[in-house]
Design a protein around this ligand. Structure first.
Ligand SMILES: *Cc1c(COP(=O)(O)O)cnc(C)c1O
Length: 399
């Protein structure tokens, strides 16, 4: 049986393999592997694409977030508001700079921070908000910036899953004080390894990030190594091979994002009559770039196992691999036990974690594959006996 994977990167590569492979050979033969024009060219192109004055490339999205906090002097004694429904890197960096993550519940429809709940979480220690444009869906940045400006807070956008998404015709990553991107291979713009970038319009912040990225090392006249170190930094450069690959892929990003959008609307069309699942919604005002297509499946009447998990297992038996992003909200993670969040304190995200299921979506997914996914979902919901029969009879409507 031919499997339908959650993501297939080889299809993307096939389209550009000659271009990429020639460029990789060229870099290998050049002997210039770290820094240089390949990296600065990519930074220039990426800043232009996002619409900011500056871009500083890094070796991961995690380091980008870490350096953003450091560049804004956020640390010991500070609080940073963020979402409990994201990859752990978002809150991990808050802890790593010595600050305290404060989790605010999410919106049930968008899976993003519930902006209305932010003001109640702000204290005199709050320094910043890190919104995550989760699954490619942009946060309502007008509303978020209004809150941030009112309370004088920094906004660091976690754009790891939303490269190319826009709010109000502005690219995410150009609206807050700093934008952080990941080029992990499965992201909308993914390299062939790890990579990341920060975007900002603030020259001081950009310069500080450049210092941090390279051991706090001061370079005179742009490039000369002085061995004078002004800050305790890290080593977080994007290497030339990745920069070269990303420069090529950046030219295809809009096409690939469009393919994701087409795939999302096809799912919408195929699945709209299945009443037992809730399809993802896109906010008007923004452009979603669909890093994930995440449905919600209501809990089963038996209560022994989540209906979502049963469904996932049955799909797997048909060769369809779905994913759970994320099974445990961050406020309930063992690593944050000391923050003393109890189950029940952030009910919307806790329920979402039990119901979400991300279906295969990626540039190059075929109509036949999507039909197969939809066919299996419908079949399981409409004709099965047992759990699914009684499940069906409850005629659930979510949201
Ligand atoms: C992938 C991801 C990160 C981390 O990026 P890396 O490049 O893997 O370090 C951070 N935040 C979110 C929301 C992500 O999805």
């Amino acid at each position: 049986m031919k499997q339908i994977p959650p993501v297939d990167l080889t299809r993307q590569h096939q389209v550009i393999s000659l271009e990429i492979e020639a460029k990789v050979l060229e870099i290998l033969r050049s002997g210039k592997y770290i820094g240089g024009a390949t990296v600065t060219d990519f930074e220039t192109q990426f800043a232009k694409y996002i619409g900011t004055d500056y871009c500083v490339a890094s070796n991961s999205g995690t380091d980008a977030l870490y350096m953003a906090l450091r560049a804004l002097d956020i640390g010991e004694g500070d609080e940073v508001i963020t979402t409990p429904f994201t990859f752990i890197a978002t809150s991990e960096v808050i802890v790593r700079v010595g600050a305290k993550p404060v989790f605010v519940d999410i919106d049930a429809d968008t899976f993003n921070l519930d902006l209305a709940k932010i003001p109640a979480a702000i204290t005199e220690k709050t320094k910043a908000i890190i919104p995550v444009h989760l699954f490619g869906q942009p946060v309502d940045m007008n509303q978020l910036m209004a809150i941030a400006n009112k309370y004088n807070l920094y906004v660091i956008e976690d754009c790891a899953q939303a490269t190319g998404a826009t709010w109000n015709n502005q690219k995410v990553g150009s609206i807050g004080h700093v934008g952080c991107f990941s080029f992990f291979p499965t992201k909308n713009l993914g390299g062939c390894g790890d990579g990341g970038a920060l975007t900002t319009n603030d020259a001081t912040v950009a310069n500080k990030i450049k210092l941090l990225r390279e051991h706090g090392l001061v370079r005179e006249a742009g490039t000369k190594v002085t061995y004078r170190h002004d800050l305790t930094g890290l080593n977080s450069r994007l290497d030339a091979l990745q920069a070269a690959i990303l420069s090529i892929k950046l030219q295809y990003l809009d096409t690939w994002n469009q393919q994701r959008q087409e795939a999302a609307s096809y799912y919408q069309q195929l699945l709209e009559n299945v009443t037992d699942i809730k399809l993802p919604s896109a906010l008007s005002g923004g452009v979603n770039v669909w890093n994930q297509y995440t449905i919600r499946v209501k809990d089963s009447p038996e209560g022994t196992e989540f209906a979502r998990d049963t469904l996932r297992h049955k799909l797997q038996q048909q060769g369809i691999i779905s994913m759970i992003y994320y099974p445990l909200p961050l406020h309930l993670q063992p690593v944050y036990q000391h923050l003393n969040y109890q189950r029940g304190t952030l009910p919307i995200v806790e329920q979402a974690a039990e119901e979400v299921l991300s279906l295969p979506i990626f540039p190059g997914i075929t109509l036949e594959e999507q039909q197969q996914v939809a066919y299996c979902l419908k079949d399981l919901f409409l004709t099965s006996e047992g759990v699914w029969g009684s499940y069906k009879s409850r005629s659930l409507s979510v949201g």
